[in-house]
Design a binder for this molecule. Structure first.
Ligand SMILES: [Zn+2]
Length: 201
C-alpha cells in the first residue's frame, strides 16, 4: 500500500517536471514567433528575400507550436490520471492508518482493563493468603503449576469445578465423612477440593 503511494508520487513528480518543460518550450517558440511577427509588422524589413524567409519561419514556428501543444496536452492528461491515482492511494493509506490507530487504541483500553483487574485480584489475594497455612499454600502452588494454573476448585452439586467431573457416590460419602479442617483432593483431577454449602454432600 505504501509502495503504491510512493510510486504514484514519483509519477506525479516526473509528469509535473515534464509539463513545466513543455510549457517552457512552447513559451520560447512562441516568443520567437512573436519577434518575427513584430519585425514583419514594423515595415523595417524591405528586402523581399528577407521578408519571405521571415514568413517561412513563422509558418514553421506555428507548426512547431501546434505540435508542442499536442505534446503538452498529452502530458497534462497523463498527469491528471496520475494525480487521481495518487489521491486513491493516499486515501487508502489514510484509512489504513486510521484503522491501525483504532486497533491500537482498543488494545490500549483492553490492556488497561486487564491491568486493573489483575491489580484488583492481587489486592484480593493478599488477605486471603494470610489466612492459609504455609504447607497448604505450598501444596496449592505445586498443584496449580501442574494443573493449568488452577490449584484448587469448589465442590458444587457433586461436581468438581476444576475438572467438571461428577464425583461418584462412594467418594462423596468419604468426603462427607472427612473432618472439615482436613484438605481434600479431587479423586478425578487431584486438585485441592473445597467444600461449599452447595456441595451436595
Ligand atoms: Zn476435579
Amino acid at each position: 500500500m505504501h509502495a503504491r503511494s510512493v510510486q504514484a508520487q514519483t509519477k506525479v513528480a516526473d509528469l509535473t517536471a515534464d509539463q513545466t518543460k513543455a510549457d517552457r518550450e512552447v513559451a520560447s517558440v512562441r516568443a520567437r514567433r512573436d519577434r518575427d511577427q513584430t519585425r514583419l509588422d514594423s515595415g523595417q524589413v524591405t528586402n523581399p528575400k528577407d521578408l519571405q524567409n521571415i514568413q517561412h519561419e513563422i509558418v514553421a514556428l506555428d507548426r512547431r507550436i501546434a505540435s508542442l501543444e499536442d505534446d503538452e496536452l498529452e502530458v497534462m492528461e497523463e498527469l491528471e490520471g496520475a494525480q487521481s491515482e495518487l489521491a486513491v492511494a493516499t486515501d487508502a493509506l489514510a484509512s489504513l492508518d486510521a484503522r491501525i490507530a483504532d486497533e491500537l487504541a482498543g488494545l490500549e483500553v483492553a490492556t488497561a482493563e486487564l491491568d486493573a483487574s489483575a491489580e484488583a485480584l492481587r489486592a484480593e489475594r493478599g488477605p486471603t493468603v494470610e489466612r492459609v497455612s504455609e504447607p497448604l499454600l505450598q501444596l496449592y502452588a505445586k498443584v496449580r503449576e501442574s494443573h493449568g494454573g488452577v490449584g484448587a476448585a469448589a465442590l458444587r452439586h457433586k461436581r468438581c469445578e476444576g475438572c467438571r467431573l461428577e464425583i461418584n457416590g462412594a467418594d462423596l460419602r468419604e468426603i462427607a465423612a472427612t473432618p472439615s479442617d482436613q484438605v481434600l483432593r479431587c479423586p478425578e483431577c487431584n486438585r485441592i477440593l473445597v467444600r461449599t454449602g452447595e456441595s451436595g454432600l
